[in-house]
Design a protein around this ligand. Structure first.
Ligand SMILES: NC(=O)c1ccc[n+]([C@@H]2O[C@H](COP(=O)([O-])OP(=O)(O)OC[C@H]3O[C@@H](n4cnc5c(N)ncnc54)[C@H](O)[C@@H]3O)[C@@H](O)[C@H]2O)c1
Length: 249
């Protein structure tokens, strides 16, 4: 492999939600490019399997608990500060304001945005002391253009977009680059759960996308790896959509 395909050699990276569809693809991509990888998820068996596959270190934990977020970063940085943090874990609880339960509303905030705050706050001092780093957050197209009937998801993903821009502005002088990707429909368990509820098939989903098909987790991972790498050195505070030209209706 040449230098261009080993963009993370010598870098320490933590990926959250690593046991899920997009998180696994990001973890595989970053590990294949030479990172010293740390992976976290609450699905501890799947997480350990992935860690074994990639020679990564698994740090299981529930990101809805602020103390657990801090402990995960503490464990991840026990051998040195992070160069890269990928905030990928997320949940999609359905319902408009009348239908959604207070529990689902609260859980959505806890996992989708509060965890990002706690993880970043714990990781940043080490990154800053180390001279810089990169953070990539997984937002959603729906945080920019809300789809109907998902108020908790859309509002928390809009918060992720704003959090990304705020953190980028505050941290850029300290050489921390913060960017977000905003995926459209990506072929993972999260999407499959939505398809099962609505009775839509993969072919139905593909037909909604001008490009002719939904996205694959590896395609999001390629974008995350670019934003995380030095090739994106001047990208800071960007919200990058990856949607196959889908417009949310
Ligand atoms: N799939 C899509 O179409 C799509 C579109 C836009 C954005 N996204 C976003 O991409 C990210 C990854 O989604 P995915 O499609 O891979 O979903 P997924 O459901 O396949 O994976 C999510 C992972 O997050 C983990 N997780 C959930 N709650 C957690 C908690 N409290 N503590 C620790 N880990 C927890 C799950 O165990 C799972 O492994 C999410 O932030 C999601 O909102 C997905």
């Amino acid at each position: 492999m040449n230098d261009r395909t080993r963009r993370f050699a010598g870098k320490r990276a933590l990926v959250t939600g690593a046991a899920g569809g997009i998180g696994t693809a990001i973890s595989r991509r970053i590990a294949s490019e030479g990172a010293s990888l740390l992976v976290t998820d609450c699905a501890s068996d799947a997480l350990q399997n992935l860690a074994d596959e990639l020679g990564a270190r698994a740090i299981p934990g529930d990101l809805s608990i602020p103390g657990a977020c801090r402990e995960i970063v503490e464990s991840a940085t026990s051998d040195g500060p992070l160069d890269l943090l990928v905030n990928n874990a997320g949940i999609n609880r359905r319902g408009d304001i009348l239908a959604i339960s207070e529990e689902d509303w609260g859980d959505s905030f806890a996992v989708n945005i509060d965890a990002m705050f706690h993880l970043c706050r714990a990781a940043l001092p080490g990154m800053i002391a180390n001279g810089g780093g990169a953070i990539v957050n997984i937002a959603s197209q729906w945080g920019l253009h809300p789809a109907p009937g998902h108020i908790a998801y859309n509002v928390t993903k809009a918060a992720v977009a704003s959090f990304t821009q705020n953190l980028a502005r505050d941290m850029a002088p300290r050489k921390i680059r913060v960017n977000a990707v905003c995926p459209g429909e990506i072929h993972t368990d999260m999407l499959r759960a939505g398809m099962a509820r609505s009775g839509r098939t993969k072919a139905d989903m593909d037909a909604l996308i001008p490009y002719g098909r939904i996205g694959e987790p590896e395609e999001v991972a390629a974008l995350v790896a670019f934003l995380a790498s030095d090739e994106a050195a001047f990208m800071c505070g960007s919200l990058v959509e990856i949607t196959g030209a889908q417009a949310v209706a």
